[in-house]
Design a protein around this ligand. Sequence first.
Ligand code: ATP
Ligand code: MG
Length: 388
Amino acid sequence: MELPEGVVDILEKLNKNGFEGYVVGGCVRDHIMGKTPHDYDIATSALPQDVKKIFDHTVDTGIKHGTVTVIADKKHYELTTYRIDGKYSDNRHPDEVIFTDRLSGDLSRRDFTVNAVAYNPQKGYVDLFGGREDIKNKIIRGVGDPGKRFREDALRMMRAVRFSAQLDFEIEKNTLDALMENHELIKNISIERIREELFKLILSDNAERLEILINSGMTKYFLPEIEAGKTDYTALSALSKNVVLRLAYILKDMGSEKAYEIAKRLKWDNKSIRDTAMLVRLWDRDITSPYSMRKLKSIAEDITPLLLELKSVIEGSSYERYRELYASVENDCTSLKDLAADGDDLIKAGFRGQEIGERLNMALDYVMHYPDRNNKNELMDYINEKGR
Ligand code: ATP
Ligand code: MG
């Protein structure tokens, strides 16, 4: 396995100081699959205080769990001390983290065989659970007894589905049975951790595997509105990888108030919550005329491209046609700030108070019907005529 220079340097430096270091987890898995890893996690026998002594630039990322970030050449590497997890009494977190000097202990606490392969240039692969074979056969299999592992940390059940969708791997039978059996334990997991896994699943190339999550019963605990077997999710993966867009597709038939409530329950940021609800509210509008497209742009300009994509995928209609119509009105005036008349003009013409806003909005609607009439004279004529 070819490792970046920075990683090799770190492994050598650990070695020189009498410690072991291995790259492990996602980067090894990705490498075996022929993908370029997005980051390199390093497991080491060195304790956090040793790591901090050996390397010049470090950040205490998660000292309690044994993780120190080493910064070398402006790149960040996470070094985590080999650990075994203590007893789990809440289906969530180990009661304590116990450091160990044995790699085998560290690999045993990892979730799936495909994530439990370690490598270093001197020793080669350390693969105690057949992870490479499972990668080759595209299988997600729990390390050890999957039921026990899911009861330790229930989030692993969502991770199983997420990895299955991201990697296009099948969940092995025992692991899937254990997931079905223990699904209700997901209620013990915080909504933030659930959201993170849910969104990775939704954004994957095989997002329709959301159905595994639904059929297992897990979604009952955080998305009870979703009914098994009601919606076909195969179209999800055809949508751009935008989580607002894909979530809106999932919630499309629930109405915008419900969509808002659900996005809020996931403790998402306000803009994403609003945008999702807006997409759900607007996707089934009729948009066939230039006027209706301008109107849409005036209501929801920054999500109009997403809306057109969502609409065309749901309707099975041509996205290109909507895009062309949108492009044809893109430079037309659709907001008060681009209107050729403003409040001052109306005051000069004798309008007062509420009337000013009302007239301006009428003028905007007029201009959305007749985009070439956005000049002050014509607008003031229209406003004056309508106004008295
Ligand atoms: P990604 O490419 O999505 O980052 P990854 O495999 O690196 O995939 P992470 O969530 O970053 O996944 O976790 C890093 C490694 O830590 C995993 O490969 C796995 O070995 C271990 N791990 C992470 N979360 C858990 C968990 N809840 N239980 C057991 N092991 C875990
Ligand atoms: Mg990772």
